[in-house]
Design a protein around this ligand. Structure first.
Ligand SMILES: NC(=O)c1ccc[n+]([C@@H]2O[C@H](COP(=O)([O-])OP(=O)(O)OC[C@H]3O[C@@H](n4cnc5c(N)ncnc54)[C@H](OP(=O)(O)O)[C@@H]3O)[C@@H](O)[C@H]2O)c1
Length: 199
């Protein structure tokens, strides 16, 4: 299968590429991509990406982020950033990419553990992640031509906890998170929130 991986230079994206590149043709993209670039926050760049690449069998998004901080300190810009990239960016990836995906192809988006298990400071992140999951569950009911859509909800990555000076014990290594994307791409799930910590 030919598979676009948005966020292929990130920690999870790199692990996803490693997990699938021996069986599939991977097209790596990000804002600073060498051959193809996309900014999920810019719908025109998503349109250009699909025009450049043409038909594909799979689209994986392991990209974009949302802002973390005390609720009273989060600004309009923090919410705009979180919703434009992580939420609407991934929604638009499906809306603008649907016609380019082959029959029985697959979209895999990314949310995160804070979408279902909030902590102080996670209001914008939880909003974006829960939004992505709600969108995927609903969109799956209307996918044409046997196309599937799932969302991977990574727990805290071991590498992220380490980089923040936190106990990496409860974390999940990126290579384990990547298995959830493989399950979505190669399995039969549709409309599933795949929690990477239990794969
Ligand atoms: N790390 C965790 O513990 C954790 C936990 C739960 C959920 N997640 C989610 O998992 C996803 C990947 O996380 P990660 O830790 O692998 O992130 P990362 O290491 O920071 O990598 C992010 C990747 O996305 C690309 N990217 C960022 N913004 C983009 C945009 N607007 N449009 C297109 N590409 C963009 C980056 O490349 P460029 O800079 O070149 O664009 C990079 O390739 C994110 O959605 C994150 O919220 C992570």
């Amino acid at each position: 299968m030919k598979v676009i991986v948005v966020g292929a230079t990130g920690t999870i994206g790199k692990a996803v590429v490693r997990a699938i590149e021996s069986r599939h043709v991977v097209v790596p993209v990000s804002r600073s991509g060498v051959k193809h670039r996309v900014d999920l926050a810019d719908a025109d760049s998503i349109k250009r990406l699909f025009l450049e690449i043409g038909p594909v069998d799979g689209v994986i998004s392991a990209a974009a982020s949302a802002r973390f901080g005390p609720l009273v300190s989060l600004t309009d810009e923090d919410f705009r950033f979180s919703l434009t990239g992580k939420l609407m960016g991934q929604v638009n990836l499906l809306r603008l990419g649907l016609d380019y995906v082959a029959d029985r192809g697959c979209f895999t988006l990314t949310s995160g553990v804070l979408g279902r298990s909030s902590v102080p400071g996670s209001a914008a992140v939880s909003l974006a992640n829960a939004g992505v999951e709600g969108f995927v569950r609903a969109a799956a009911l209307e996918m044409p031509r046997g196309i599937r859509i799932n969302v991977v909800s990574p727990g805290w990555r071991t590498e992220t906890l380490e980089s923040r000076g936190m106990d990496p014990g409860p974390g999940t290594p990126a290579a384990v998170v990547a298995r959830a994307y493989v399950q979505s791409l190669e399995g039969k799930d549709n409309g599933t929130v795949i929690q990477s910590t239990i794969v």
